[in-house]
Write a protein that binds this ligand. Structure first.
Ligand code: ADP
Length: 862
């Protein structure tokens, strides 16, 4: 803009007039406030905005008005911006104030006030500008109110839907359940069979619809949460194809799969919700196809994303309707097929919840291509080791026993249904109770194996009943399955977290019901261990059976309890966390099995003491001896004596020299020592950045467990880390030699970067030696998570990580194996508990896994 010079016509007008014109033209009310209380109005907007005549001269008129803040609370006159400016000399901008003006109208204004220095005697003044924002405020308030009302309505809607779904599910329970029972009835004729099929078809359709409406409303209110996991995409696609195959066959539609990549990818998704997405899209692709048409599922990678296309040869969709089909309840007008218009909107929301996008392209009359993206798992190839399934041991799963079940339920129709199901199952007897109180009394009086507990009882809350069952000595070990119409995943998880053994949703699906009841009865002892592949092999090279797969059925437990067996535990040493925790696992599990532990001995690493311990144990004639030999050669004789006396021998970690599986002993149970050696090597390499010189302190004794650790460590370093050099190996014969041997290693190799020590106790000795030698940059890795080692890892000391054993779980496994032996069942020769990599990042969580206890206090107390 060009600045006007002296010739500017405006300049010929007097300044005072010019300012007066400008001030009057302003939409704001402008005035000057003096400390003395005088007010000089600069324009005529006073009356318009404040309802005060413009010729006011005193500020006291303002004090008579009422002011409110934006939140509706009263604002005292002394807090008005102009007054504050006079007092503190500070400026204020856009202060929103509500004024109940002289005309009793509510006006919303925005106030600016700035200090001015006008008079010589330094009297404070403030220039105040007030703009009327009443209209703007009205609009804003209207919008807020509308939004609040919409939110309220939406909440009410989802609340209504969730209640309705519950109400609908309960009678559906009866309809579907009895129809399923009728379906099993052999005496039905063809027509009756058709009728039953119609009821089942209609009922399932209704159930699907209720579930979809519920999902949609829960997404809208942000209540539906997905739990993202690594999912094998192709496996899931195959599963879905199998499910829709009958529908496709009916319509003579063929389904094809096309992959641009050679292997199965791992995507990040919620497996249940991804299945729901695929099934919905496949269902549409078949439903809106023509007879004899085809559906192709095409998968390809694009950057970090996986794209999945579901392509059909059906009726197609016009461009204008590409977006509309994703709107809830929208259906293309010409559509003849039955439907609700919910499916695609739900699919879109679910894809978004998994950080993906969905779109469609189509040609009318030729077909459509619905495609969506999913994020890829960070490294979808590096899952081999943990992913392979462990073979379950042979001889598991037979279930011929007789069980007594108690169903606590007030709804007569549900009770009838379950009792009808049970009538077809000769191995179950069913007791029933209509109230929580009645159920508690019955459970305490009768010998009940399993309780089915409705969570909505008329007298007591289902959770209250559960707590009372757990408080009572007579019922505390009885398995409890929750039965509820509430199918929300987070509620199911919440219930399971409380300790319920399982959860069954209504309407009851007969097959699923029987499976869950059967599984619960068969899994009486819980293992909190992961399903990892075991790499260690047994003393004779036998393949490992994972401890995770061991089970005793309820019937087997009962048999064991009836026999009052006795067990003894002969340890090499009981003074470390590993032994204490393992003994605890053994004792707790034996207690569940009704087996009395008559002795726990500590040989203090002395084989002569161990022989004496076992001699005295044998005098008490135990049925079971669980033991770890101090010296596999020197103690072999006393174990032989025990075996000949008919005592069943279960070994931890090692067997006596020359012992034969099946003849001399039942089984040997250890950690995955090989796997732990591998973990320890990886931690070492990560800490050294893949290069350096390292030493190894190994165990000289002939212990297959400790040998495998060192072997795995060395092999992993040699095969994977070419720039890490193993410069020395020194053996120890006992845990106390760690410090001495490490000191030798340090004096021989001044440039040593890392040290592997075969277990944690000698590693702690090596740590002392490192401190004495002033080695501040060394990396030590080892095996076993003892308390001091955990503390050193947590404090970022020289010990950087371990491959840990899970001693508590090892104890549980040993007790179960002992139970198998007492029942005359053959136990596998070698059982192992999976390896666990522990570093600073997961040391607290790991502690929980390892010792079955919270480590927070133990580790952080120091
Ligand atoms: P529904 O199938 O129950 O009607 P959807 O939300 O799944 O509900 O689909 C919405 C509408 O989009 C359908 O009514 C149909 O008109 C159209 N549509 C969906 N998938 C296809 C498809 N593969 N080919 C043609 N039209 C489709």
């Amino acid at each position: 803009m060009k600045r006007q010079g002296r010739n500017d016509p405006l300049m010929s007008i007097s300044k005072a007039r010019l300012y007066e014109e400008v001030l009057q033209a302003m939409s704001e009310c402008v005035f000057i406030l003096k400390k003395s209380g005088e007010v000089t109005a600069l324009n005529n907007n006073f009356e318009k905005i404040l309802g005060i005549p413009s010729n006011i001269e005193n500020e006291s008129s303002f004090a008579e008005l009422q002011y409110v803040r934006e939140d509706g609370s009263p604002l005292p006159h002394s807090q008005l911006p102009g007054v504050l400016t006079l007092e503190h000399g500070t400026s204020f901008h856009n202060v929103v104030v509500g004024i109940n003006n002289y005309k009793k109208e509510m006006k919303w204004v925005s106030i600016d006030s700035t200090p001015l220095k006008l008079s010589k005697n330094d009297e404070k003044t403030a220039l105040v500008r007030i703009s009327d924002i009443t209209e703007q405020k009205k609009m804003e308030n209207g919008m807020i109110q509308a939004r609040e009302e919409a939110e309220k309505a939406n909440m009410a809607k989802s609340d209504f839907l969730s209640k309705m779904s519950h109400e609908l599910r309960t009678p559906l329970n009866g309809i579907l359940g009895f129809a399923q029972l009728l379906e099993l009835e052999e005496s039905l004729n063809e027509t009756q069979r058709d009728f039953v099929q119609e009821i089942l078809k209609g009922g399932s359709h209704l159930l699907n619809l209720i579930n979809e409406i519920l999902d949609l409303s829960r997404i809208e209110t942000g209540k539906l949460k997905v739990s993202i996991d690594e999912v094998h995409l192709l496996t899931l696609i195959d599963e879905c194809i199998n499910i829709v195959q009958p529908l496709a066959a009916k319509k003579k539609v063929s389904i094809h799969k096309q992959l641009s990549q050679s292997q199965d990818t791992l995507v990040l998704a919620d497996p249940i919700r991804l299945k729901q997405i695929l099934l919905n899209l496949l269902d549409n692709a078949i439903k809106y196809n023509k007879e004899g048409g085809s559906v192709t599922i095409f998968c390809h990678l694009e950057g970090n994303e996986q794209l999945v296309h579901i392509i059909d040869t059906g009726v197609g969709i016009s461009v204008e309707e590409y977006q509309k089909v994703f709107v809830p309840f929208y259906r293309i007008q010409s559509t003849k097929e039955e439907g609700t218009g919910i499916g695609l909107s739900l699919v879109k929301q679910l894809v978004h919840l998994m950080d993906g996008e969905i779109s469609v392209t189509s040609t009318k009359g030729k077909g459509s291509d619905f495609s969506f993206t999913l994020p890829l798992a960070a490294d979808f190839q590096a899952v081999m080791r943990w992913d392979e399934e462990v073979e379950p041991p042979a001889g598991k799963g037979e279930r011929a026993a007789h069980y007594c079940l108690l169903y606590i339920e007030d709804n007569e129709s549900n009770l009838n249904l379950v009792s009808s199901i049970m009538k077809s199952q000769p191995s179950y007897t069913l007791l029933s109770a209509h109230t929580g109180k009645e159920g508690l009394e019955l459970a305490a009086k009768e010998k009940v194996d399993l309780i089915l507990l409705d969570l909505n009882l008329p007298d007591l809350d289902g959770y209250e009943v559960f707590n009372l069952l757990k408080e009572n000595e007579k019922t505390k070990d009885t398995a409890v399955i929750a039965v509820s119409a509430n199918a929300m995943p987070e509620d199911i998880q919440h219930t399971l977290n409380k300790g319920f053994n399982n959860y069954i949703t209504k309407p009851i699906n007969v097959k699923e019901f029987l499976t869950v009841v059967g599984e619960t009865l068969n899994s009486t002892i819980e293992h909190h261990i992961p399903d990892y592949k075991i790499l260690s092999t047994g003393p004779y090279g036998e393949e490992a059976v994972s401890a995770k797969t061991l089970q005793l059925s309820l019937h087997e437990l009962k048999t064991l309890k009836e026999n009052n067996y006795k067990a003894a535990i002969a340890m090499h040493y009981t003074g470390n966390d590993w032994s204490i925790s393992q003994i605890e696992g053994l004792k707790n599990t034996f207690k569940k099995m009704g087996i009395t532990v008559t002795a726990v001995t500590d040989a203090g690493f002395n084989w002569e003491k161990q022989i004496a311990d076992i001699e005295s144990i044998l005098a008490d004639k135990p049925d079971i001896l669980i033991s770890i030999p101090v010296d596999p050669v020197m103690t072999a004789g006393v174990y032989q004596k025990a075996a000949q006396a008919g005592v069943k021998l279960v070994f931890m970690d090692n067997i006596p020299k020359g012992f034969q599986y099946g003849k001399d002993y039942v089984s040997v149970i250890s950690a995955d020592n090989y796997g732990n050696g591998i973990e320890s090597a990886h931690i070492m390499a990560e800490q050294l950045g893949g290069k350096g010189k390292i030493g190894i302190i190994y165990h000289e004794a002939d212990f297959f467990a400790t040998k495998q650790r060192t072997e795995a460590f060395e092999k992993t370093i040699k095969e994977h880390y070419k720039d890490i050099q193993i410069v020395d190996r020194i053996g120890i014969t006992g845990p106390d030699e760690g410090e001495k041997v490490a000191a030798v290693m340090f004096s021989k190799h001044r440039d040593l970067n890392g040290l592997f020590v075969v277990w944690d106790v000698p590693a702690e000795g090596a740590l002392k030696a490192a401190h004495k030698a002033g080695r501040t940059k060394l990396v030590i890795t080892t095996i076993d998570l003892g308390r001091d080692t955990a503390l050193e890892i947590a404090q970022d000391g020289l010990i950087k990580g371990v491959g840990a054993q899970l001693p508590y779980q090892q104890g549980v496994a040993e007790a179960i194996i002992a139970g198998c032996a007492l029942l005359g069942k053959q136990a596998p020769p070698y059982v192992a508990v999976p390896a666990l990599k522990v570093t600073k990042e997961n040391v607290l969580d790991a502690w929980k896994w390892v010792y079955n206890k919270n480590g927070q206090q133990t580790i952080l107390r120091q």
